[in-house]
Design a protein around this ligand. Structure first.
Ligand SMILES: Cc1cc2nc3c(=O)[nH]c(=O)nc-3n(C[C@H](O)[C@H](O)[C@H](O)COP(=O)(O)OP(=O)(O)OC[C@H]3O[C@@H](n4cnc5c(N)ncnc54)[C@H](O)[C@@H]3O)c2cc1C
Ligand code: SF4
Length: 332
């Protein structure tokens, strides 16, 4: 017979209120989870993942103005509760930050984009099948083994893996890093703003989580500086199924070029590492260069220097090199 659990449901009127509830419950030893669209969280709770067995959720999706999208003071502000569809369809984002709307359009299905929020998208938990199964108590669940190393690792990391070889599942996260976006975080000790490049963390820092948020912290807003007038962005994603699927390999590029010569570039890989993986070596390979096919291919090769594929995922290295080259050529 399946177990029945009582779930406490809190609806926060504002973010300080939500933080207060989270802090209070954490002190009672019965921590709660933030819930926005619930498209990831509910699945994790049903799968009874180690840190999702809590009996309380704090619902923030209806907090007033938390879904606001506005361009102010030379920056784009996106409330964490804006849905992925809001971002995909915003004329402002399409026109001024097309890289982000492209990445949003690659998230899952229309139904999930309508329910799911940008805050939930960047904070969603990994999809490793050992992690999602109750039967495997791996490092990420407080255990002492990674089952992917000797097991089915065809969708796992080829870069940056240590202890744990998940790939970061978010499509919008690589685009946000490429756009030099920052996160405004509200927590028990007040507010802080952190660049997304420092927001995501490696398993070596803490194998139990994927970002810097503490248990009572909430991502309030995403802030993106205006792009240079000669910059163009492209998001490309390879997935096995075309209806909806997570990235096997993805790349977000934001390139500023004058007459075909690259002034500046940010290149960030998705689907190949435990965090959105910026590749400065590939960026340096194109800066000051006319972006020919040869130069783009050199950048693709540079992006995967140091890759350590496992038994079943070496194909990601070849795919990734090709995808980086194609994205750069499309951008310039
Ligand atoms: C079938 C399926 C396919 C999917 N495919 C893709 C895909 O192709 N690409 C992709 O990128 N994603 C995909 N997703 C993942 C994800 O569900 C969605 O991307 C969605 O955007 C998550 O948003 P949400 O608001 O529903 O998050 P929720 O489920 O509400 O939350 C997700 C996590 O983030 C935390 N959280 C939410 N909001 C905040 C906040 N403001 N501050 C701090 N923590 C927060 C929650 O506590 C939870 O741990 C898929 C999900 C499913 C079920
Ligand atoms: S890759 Fe990470 S989540 Fe997957 S089995 Fe290994 S430790 Fe667990």
């Amino acid at each position: 017979m399946s177990e029945v659990h009582e779930l406490q449901w809190f609806e926060a009127a504002d973010l300080p209120g939500a933080v207060a509830i989270l802090s209070r419950l954490a002190q009672t030893g019965s921590p709660a989870k933030v819930m926005a669209g619930g498209t990831d969280l509910i699945g994790a709770m049903k799968d009874r993942l180690q840190d999702h067995r809590q009996k309380a959720v704090v619902y923030i999706k209806d907090v007033p103005n938390l879904n606001r999208i506005a361009f102010e003071g030379g920056r784009l502000h996106i409330g964490a509760a804006a849905t992925v569809s809001d971002i995909e369809e915003s004329p402002l984002i399409r026109q001024r930050f097309p890289l982000l709307s492209m990445a949003a359009a690659h998230v899952s299905s229309p139904q999930i984009r309508n329910m799911g929020t940008i805050g939930g998208n960047v904070n969603q938990r990994p999809r490793c099948w050992y992690y999602r199964s109750e039967d495997f108590n791996c490092y990420k669940k407080g255990g002492d083994f990674c089952f992917a190393v000797t097991g089915e690792n065809q969708y796992h990391a080829v870069l940056g893996g240590e202890l744990c070889y998940i790939v970061h599942p978010s499509d919008t996260a690589p685009a946000l890093v490429a756009l030099d976006a920052s996160a405004r975080i509200v927590g028990p000790s007040g507010e802080k703003t952190v660049a997304f490049e420092q927001y995501f963390t490696s398993p070596r820092v803490d194998v139990l989580r994927e970002n810097i948020l503490g248990p009572s912290d909430i991502l309030a807003e995403i802030v993106i500086p205006e792009a240079r007038s000669n910059a163009r962005g492209v998001y490309l994603k390879i997935r096995e199924r075309q209806v909806w699927d997570f990235a096997t390999v993805a790349v977000a590029v934001q390139v500023a070029a004058t007459n075909g010569v690259v002034d500046d570039a940010r290149i960030v890989l998705g689907g190949v590492a435990p965090w959105p993986y910026r590749v400065p070596r590939a960026e340096e390979a194109i800066k000051g260069q006319r972006l020919t096919e040869d130069v783009a291919r050199r950048a693709g090769d540079a992006a995967f220097v140091g890759a350590r594929p496992m038994t079943h995922n070496a194909y990601k290295v070849d795919m990734g090199k090709e995808l980086v080259a194609r994205a750069l050529l499309a951008a310039v």
